[in-house]
Design a protein around this ligand. Sequence first.
Ligand code: DGJ
Length: 612
Amino acid sequence: GAGRAWSTCFVPLSTEIDASTARVRSRDRLAGLELTCEIEALGGGGLRLRHRITNLDPGPYQLDWLEVALPVPDRATVMLDLSGRWGLERVSQRRVIADGLWLRESRGGRPGHDSASVLCAGTDPLRFGRGEAWGVHVAWSGNTRYVLERQPSGLTTIGGGELLLPGEVVLAEGESYTTPWVHAVASDAGLDGLAAIQHADLRARSPRPRRPRPVTYNTWEAVGFDQDPDRLLELADRAADVGAERFVLDDGWFSSRRSDRSGLGDWWVSPQVWPTGLAPLIERVHGHGMQMGLWIEPEMVNPDSELYRRHPDWTLGVVGRPAALRRHQLVLDVGRPQVRRHLVDSLESLLSEHAIDFVKWDHNRELIEPAGPDGSPAAHAYTVGFYALLDALAARFPAVEWESCAAGGGRIDLAVLERVHRVWASDTTDALARQSIQRWTAQLVPPEYVGAHISAERNHQTGRRLDLDFRAGTAFFGDLGVEYDLMAEAEDLDGLAAWISLYKRHRELLHSGRTVRVDTPGSAVWIHGVIAADASEALFAYVQLEDTVADPIAFTTPGLAPEARYLCTRVHPADSGGLGPDVAGRALATIGLAPPARKPETVMLVHLRAVA
Ligand code: DGJ
């Protein structure tokens, strides 16, 4: 009950250690609570930690918060985490660590577009390639907290956990609550060192995206809700022509979904739009040897839908208050078994009646006042329910690959990544914005998981015009796809096909190597690349974001084997010449290659191969 065991003092009872995990059990007899702390060493060099608390007392125990906190040494004097917004996710921010608390919360029932994502402390200067660094990530797809605290005494801790709403977890006798896993990494090689461990940890876990990653074509920015079967059949032909290996039919294929105002919840193929069903399109797609993908948004409902008319009480919200609509939709209470059962049944029929290889799972609005039927907070149960729903479908359709999308990158975390094979980093496909979004998404997620699409010359979101070389050279460093109208006359489809075929030549390296972001002075040029695990080859990008007064900086490519000599070749469909005699790895790291002629919004890709 309220106020019970508000102050605790746990005494260790036992420690169990097996190959990769340690479990420390402790008890507070007076408070009637048992706490187990689990620490697991992961395959890539990181750790993950979590706590389980059990109420041993006959009276109820209300848990307000329980988090993982780890000390960092006093020489960590600066910190970095991420923020952002819809369409511009994962923007880094830095501060000097001062006495007090740095708290980042997400309250929208998902990590959010502004998620801290990684909270790092480090020695000053903390750079991509320099500095001792310590970082945490909260592997939870719901409400979260990230905390960095420095006591005036000098003790600094970093950590986090789930943000619990008032009264959300009340444990009866014998009941337990387990915190999300908190991933912890440490490196003396700066932010890239931390990212390398995160990537290796994730790569060592399942589900591993099957490789080679298929080049995806997505219909959203080409046709929006305006789905015309003949046009889509033709788009599938064109997608295959340019080298796509997966065709994803996005929002708009089902029930009354002709705009975002209607149809969510009714997961059957629209007989008006698709009078002969999806089979002809699926056959065409498979006939081209491409995989078939389909968009769904299972956790949501439009009030204008059959589902809502039948079950208006299945949504989250405080009864008696007007429900908060966002994008004309409400959130289903997937924490309730009955709601989940319905969704599993309808999606199971959809996926068994259609040969679908890939599902893009969207979540387009935040939870606001997530109350269950009795008015009590239901965000925790919602997140657990989301996992149960996805897990049930994934178990039923083991060959399907899944993508986590939440109006772009609103639900990217290591718990959802234990379940999906891809994340959609942002609704913004503008390559200039993507340079930054992908640069910082890489702090947590390796490139082969991060959907990166070449979109139209004039960007759908920003209206900016960027040429194909820049758009393709940006999408190269992710799980590449294409998302624009391939029937539009202005577009250079041969050029696109040539870029895709170049990417296919390099994707094995790009999807297995170590990501390097180079510390460059100023903000006009970014250099980044991927180096093979054995340093036998690498691919680097010199990205001129904007014009500058200063002379162009050298194209340095650190991280190669210092003694090895590398042959450097430009990677470009029309201009892929060698860049002179071979150069030592050490010289490439320090002196670098001559920078390309300066032009804003350009990217130059270089492949480096060690010569025997
Ligand atoms: C938001 C996603 O991020 C987009 O890619 C697209 O799938 C739309 N939703 C569809 O409603």
